[in-house]
Design a protein around this ligand. Structure first.
Ligand code: ZN
Length: 303
């Protein structure tokens, strides 16, 4: 009887444990005498941990916003994902996997035993600093497992990105107040972008960086106005921007860009009449958000 009770407790405990994704997340740690070229300092590792924490917060806010049945009519959703995208698919394919897979990385001192079911954050230095100076800023680069090419699953955080804010709260507040945030773009924003390139995170829903006229589409103006609608859901940066707006401008995820079908009340002195008038006006202008002025500020190079 006692043995049976114990087995029952063991089964109940097993059922209550969270589902583990089977992927181990590491950060390559520098140590005296290291021969690794992309090892991260203690300060880098602290920033990477904060980045992961904030990216999880952003993904969580985004998944919550996408659960709103009216989000598909919002200016943020329409301008960043287009009119054919389905919020439930966007959430399930691009943000829920971040919540499921990402967690605080465990330090590791070399890459010798890294396998297909591992993902490692690394911090390249010299040669990328030179490249960054040339191209005007490379933030990060993602590599996926490829036995033939001897590639591991890596998210490589470049020196430029490590200069940026690693937490999202202050950036979101600044963006909200001033309608802009200073470059370099915040680290968690970069991570939401890189996650979209990473097979261990998003699997078959992995997307690249789309180009129009030889230019990669990173800026808010580019992804809103220039990128064709069918490519909006195939461009990593669109997912980063949408998550950013979810934490900074949640009103843009709840407005109604398709307009209210209700007629405006003749009695505009009434509360309801004023509200309807406001809604109709807002619907007419919401696709214009954000202003080109703001959008022009973002022409970042992100691999
Ligand atoms: Zn990219």
């Amino acid at each position: 009887m006692a043995a049976f009770a114990l087995i029952k407790v063991a089964i109940l405990l097993a059922l209550s444990l969270p589902i583990v994704s089977g992927l181990t997340i590491y950060v390559l740690e520098s140590h005296p005498g290291t021969t690794e070229q992309e090892a991260c300092s203690a300060a880098d590792i602290k920033k990477i941990e904060e980045m992961v924490d904030s990216a999880l917060k952003m993904a969580d806010e985004t998944v919550k916003a996408l659960a709103n049945p009216d989000v598909a009519k919002s200016s943020a959703f329409l301008s960043l994902f287009g009119s054919k995208a389905k919020p439930a698919d966007i959430a399930a394919q691009h943000y829920t996997p971040i919540l499921r897979v990402l967690k605080k990385p465990s330090p590791i001192r070399d890459l010798k035993s890294i396998g297909e079911h591992d993902l490692v954050f690394t911090c390249p230095v010299e040669k990328y600093e030179k490249k960054a100076a040339k191209v005007g800023g490379v933030y990060a680069s993602t590599r996926n497992w490829d036995v033939a090419a001897k590639k591991l699953n890596l998210i490589r955080i470049m020196p430029l990105a490590l200069e940026a804010d690693s937490t999202i709260d202050a950036v979101a507040k600044e963006f909200q107040a001033k309608k802009t945030f200073k470059e370099p773009v915040p680290l968690p924003f970069t991570l939401i972008h890189e996650a979209q390139h990473s097979t261990p995170i998003v699997g078959v829903h992995r997307v690249g960086d789309q180009e129009v006229g030889g230019k990669k589409m990173y800026g808010l103006n580019q992804i809103r106005n220039i990128l064709p609608e069918d490519l909006k859901v195939k461009n990593a940066q669109n997912f980063a921007w949408f998550a950013m707006l979810a934490v900074s401008h949640s009103d843009l995820l709840t407005d109604d860009c398709k307009g209210s079908p209700a007629a405006i009340s003749r009695d505009l002195s009434s509360q309801e009449g004023r509200l309807l008038k406001f809604k109709k006006r807002y619907a007419a202008v919401c696709k214009q958000w954000p202003s080109d002025d703001l959008a022009a500020k973002f022409k970042d190079e992100v691999e």
